[in-house]
Design a protein around this ligand. Structure first.
Ligand SMILES: Nc1ncnc2c1ncn2[C@@H]1O[C@H](COP(=O)(O)OP(=O)(O)OP(=O)(O)O)[C@@H](O)[C@H]1O
Ligand SMILES: [Mg+2]
Length: 475
């Protein structure tokens, strides 16, 4: 075989070594070509001239490579003396994966370049590309999670979807709240978007660049709440850290503190919270030193605070502190007009990065409008997800939706033995069945308790914080 180059490689590789390597590359690749210092073809193998549709390789020797391969970057390699190890070159609608290397004479003068077509199409790279895409998706998810932990917000006001009069009033008040520093109280059933709104208010306020710190009062055992809120002084008790452990108030300094489920706060802590808000000062557990903090408070609850005040389980003075601007969020059952836009937004979010899903039919929307949504938008999201996984690909008609709604969970569906099935069904993994049963039981308890989670936890025989934990994993 004729060799396309003379001399020795710049890196000092001997001519023998290059000559030994060259045939291996040439044979393994889908084509190879060499040019001289002036980018004229000095050699091309038959597989490359076939791939390019050039006919007899001898006929192109001496021609400028650009004339035959307009997209080539060989001149660049000759100019810079640097290899282009991996590139995708388009040639007549083909995508070629190529590598290009310069070569040098004994005095290190560039004398030409050689190129190999590693792959004649991108097909062999599919596993690599899909692995890259998967990793990229993981990265996006990790960044999202990190943003949450990094005390920043994920939502803005445009994420609060809906155009019914009730939602427009919510948004009007949220904008008002964003423009001022006053305390805000968000009232709404579970899953109505209190967290979304709290983040959106922070993101639209002057404090947007500062931390947003959420604390779910109901999810933390009562005896740990004070430390969680105000921090722990060094050596406050056996086993305490030697450094000050900061609480949520200190973390939120300069920004916004979101007190979620504030109605679940024990009375003793209510008094301490009131003092912190009045004085703008906090006292870590076991310390006698106070430090001042500057936080804007947004509180939320799904409980009836008026009734709690009447029965003495919520302090009225704290209530007035928190409730300078009240934003009641209407439950989904009171605004069926929003179902269409909500489904659209939720489906887009659920299917992100995948094939677009089929549209909802009007009949399917009518079925949704007939349900009373104790779990509100979170439940709507779960129902849509279930309908997508259970139904035929992309079909979201009335039948698929009815099947996904919890009330169609009949005893026969839970216990297949009660009604023999006409065909053998694929058996799902046990973990999946158990998770579905758990989600069903939780949903049933929330329906029975009209969304009151303390009561739902009692019905299920689990603690409130365990229920919160499970709900967080479901949403
Ligand atoms: N108006 C809305 N537009 C779009 N998505 C919404 C809206 N409201 C809620 N969601 C979605 O519903 C889910 C529940 O919302 P969120 O956690 O804010 O509710 P919540 O009121 O804080 O509920 P909980 O009382 O259970 O904590 C989230 O996935 C959120 O993105
Ligand atoms: Mg919430």
């Amino acid at each position: 075989m004729t060799q396309p180059f003379k001399g020795k490689n710049k890196s000092g590789l001997t001519r023998e070594l290059i000559e030994a390597l060259f045939p291996i590359f040439e044979q393994a690749s889908a084509g190879a070509i060499a040019v001289d210092r002036n980018a004229r073809i000095t050699w091309i193998n038959s597989s490359y001239s076939e791939l390019l549709g050039l006919g007899d390789p001898a006929s192109v020797i001496g021609r400028p490579v650009r004339q035959l391969i307009p997209q080539t970057r060989m001149p660049e390699v000759l100019e810079s003396g640097k290899p282009l190890l991996l590139d995708i070159m388009e040639h007549q609608k083909q995508q070629l994966v190529v590598t290009r290397l310069p070569f040098f004479d004994e005095t290190d003068e560039i004398v030409g370049a050689v190129a190999f077509v590693l792959y004649g199409d991108l097909q062999p790279l599919t596993p690599l590309v899909s692995k890259y895409r998967r990793l990229h998706q993981d990265l996006v998810a990790a960044r999202k999670a990190l943003a949450q932990n990094a005390r920043t917000t994920r939502y803005s006001l445009s994420d609060f979807v809906g155009a019914s009069p009730g939602v427009l009033e919510v948004k009007r008040r949220a904008r008002l709240a964003a423009g001022r520093e006053m305390a805000v109280l968000l009232l709404g059933e579970t899953g109505t978007g209190k967290e979304v709104l709290a983040q959106a208010i922070h993101a639209a306020s002057d404090r947007a660049g500062k931390p947003f710190v959420g604390v779910n009062v109901a999810a933390i055992p009562d005896n740990l709440l004070e430390a969680e809120f105000f921090g722990v002084a060094p050596g406050a008790f056996t086993g305490a850290d030697r450094k000050l452990r900061e609480g949520k108030f200190q973390h939120a300094n300069g920004g916004t503190l979101f007190l979620d489920e504030v109605g679940d706060m024990p009375l003793a802590l209510q008094a301490k919270l009131l003092r912190a808000l009045q004085e703008g000062e906090v006292e870590p557990l076991g310390s006698n030193k106070v430090s001042s903090v500057d936080v804007r408070v947004i509180a939320a609850t799904s409980r009836d605070l008026d009734a709690m005040i009447a029965e003495g389980s919520f302090r009225s003075d704290l209530y007035y502190r928190l409730n300078v601007l009240e934003i009641p969020i209407p439950p989904l059952r009171q605004r069926p007009a929003d179902l269409g836009v909500l489904c659209e937004a939720l489906l887009e979010d659920i299917c992100r990065g995948q094939e677009p899903q089929g549209e909802m039919t009007d009949a399917a929307l009518a079925v949704l409008a007939g349900y009373d949504w104790p779990g509100n938008i979170r439940e709507l999201r779960n129902v849509l997800e279930r309908a997508l996984t259970m139904g035929e690909a992309g079909v979201l008609d009335a039948a698929a939706i009815s099947k996904a709604l919890p009330r169609s969970v009949t005893p026969a569906a839970i216990n297949p033995a009660a009604q023999p099935l006409p065909h053998p069904q694929p058996v799902p993994p046990l973990a999946q069945t158990l998770a579905a049963a758990e989600a069903g039981a939780i949903e049933q308890a929330l329906v029975a308790s009209a969304g009151n989670r303390s009561q739902a936890a009692r019905l299920l025989g689990i603690s409130r914080s365990v229920l919160y934990d499970k709900l967080a994993r479901l949403s």
